[in-house]
Write a protein that binds this ligand. Structure first.
Ligand code: ATP
Ligand code: MG
Length: 409
């Protein structure tokens, strides 16, 4: 394993050097935590003695939307990463359960670390890469224990978001359990969640559901009443097998809910403010919860041609999570040859119009879709083969709204 300084990128060093040219700066947060067991995957958070506008002067691309509370998001030209740079604090009380009433900036890193949530998150590196660990975060991390900085009851009652964060870290690979004071304090402060924005709750829940020990954390959240608090209307199943895709996991835990996919995702949109893409996926999965698994070769061809790959994989993980046996489907799909003429229709609208005399419109569109489906089911490669189908199909008289198309389920 390397030393922490090996893990810092050129961009990280550029930001640290810039800040240190005018003041002091320490690496804090998740990057320190993760650096103790290898290359961090998370962005680097930094604490500094500089004020937000001084940070902005050094890094003109910085975003200032948290500046009132001392946080600036530093960006560098041409870099994907962000750096959350926060002015050292020694702040007042938390009247609203979420934001400090009055932020006072300070100059002492230990004091700044003392207002952080958990010991494993209250460590820093100084400019010589010396670790600063006033609350025993290194030892807690080694033992896999999540512990509050200071009195757990007090710290949890200051800020409802810490309830969600506690379960998020419980779901991480390194943490095995909460210490008993923290666990009691978390349970006593569940109602504080009503003071946290739905976006923040949604964000932390998604992070939890994307973590290696999501199943464990979810069953604690369910038993402790967190799920009941944040998703009051939901029939939740917390004993299912989860994967590391939060969209799939959320759909799995809602698998017993009797609503339609559209209604379920509407409720999740209100409660967790998820993105449109995520909601669309959950709605699809929920609506396919009782769909028979594709088993015939023609069904598998349709499944694969109709769904984007991500959705196919999600459906398989989802079905597995609901306890269905997907081994045969996985094996059959891996052995299924690609369609010989690809996924697109081989007969275009103009040709079809010439053959049938149909004008462009819904009937013509549905006919094209039906032929496309049959082409895929049978892996046809020849235009004439597709056009011959017109002889057998009652495309002149039957109701076109009932015609099959290339879709799944
Ligand atoms: P990640 O890898 O997800 O970024 P993180 O621990 O860095 O994990 P952040 O949300 O980036 O989490 O927060 C950075 C640091 O700020 C945390 O490590 C913690 O020290 C502190 N922190 C964040 N949220 C809170 C909070 N609600 N109360 C107290 N301290 C907090
Ligand atoms: Mg962070």
């Amino acid at each position: 394993m390397g030393v922490p300084s090996d893990y810092a990128s050129e961009g990280d060093m550029q930001v640290l050097r810039g800040l240190r040219s005018k003041g002091k700066a320490w690496i804090v947060g998740g990057w320190v935590r993760e650096s103790l067991s290898g290359q961090p995957e998370t962005d680097m958070d930094i604490a500094t003695t500089l004020l937000p506008n001084e940070v902005k002067q050094l890094f003109p691309l910085s975003l200032m939307y948290g500046a009132e509370y001392g946080t600036v998001v530093v960006r560098l030209e041409g870099q994907e990463k962000n750096w959350e740079v926060t002015t050292l604090r020694s702040e007042g009380g938390y009247g609203d359960g979420r934001r400090p009433d009055n932020v006072e900036f300070g100059d002492n890193i230990k004091q700044d670390l003392s207002r952080r949530d958990f010991t494993i998150n209250a460590m820093a590196y100084d400019s010589n890469w010396e670790p600063i660990d006033p609350f025993g975060g290194v030892a807690d991390l080694e033992n896999g224990i999540l512990r509050s900085v200071g009195d757990a009851g007090e710290r949890l009652s200051e800020d409802g978001l810490r309830v969600m964060r506690a379960y998020r870290f419980l779901a991480s690979e390194k943490v095995k359990s909460m210490d008993s004071e923290l666990r009691d304090a978390v349970r006593e402060n569940i109602s504080m969640l009503s003071q946290v924005s739905k976006e923040r709750i949604g964000y932390e829940l998604m992070r939890t559901l994307a973590s290696p020990n999501a199943s464990v954390a979810l069953s604690f959240m369910h038993n402790d009443g967190v799920i009941g608090e944040i998703l009051p209307e939901l029939q939740v199943d917390s004993n299912r097998l989860l994967c590391n895709d939060y969209v799939v996991n959320l759909a799995i835990m809602c698998g017993g809910d009797s609503r339609s996919g559209g209604n379920l995702s509407g409720m999740l949109r209100e409660s967790l403010k998820l993105s449109k893409d995520d909601l669309r996926e959950i709605s699809f999965l929920h609506d396919s919860r009782d769909a028979p698994l594709p088993s015939k070769i023609s069904e598998m061809r349709v499944f694969r041609a109709a769904l984007p790959e991500l959705r196919q994989n999600r459906f398989i993980l989802y079905s597995e999570g609901l306890g269905r046996d997907v081994d045969l489907l996985k094996r059959s799909l891996s052995e299924l040859a690609p369609l010989r003429s690809g996924n697109s229709p081989i007969v275009d609208g103009n040709t079809l119009s010439r053959f049938t005399g149909l004008e462009p419109g819904p009937r013509m569109g549905r006919l094209k879709g039906m032929l496309h489906r049959i082409q895929v089911e049978n892996d046809l490669i020849d235009k004439d083969e597709v056009l011959d189908l017109l002889e057998e199909l009652d495309w002149k008289n039957s109701d076109h709204t009932g015609w099959p198309s290339l879709s799944w389920p």
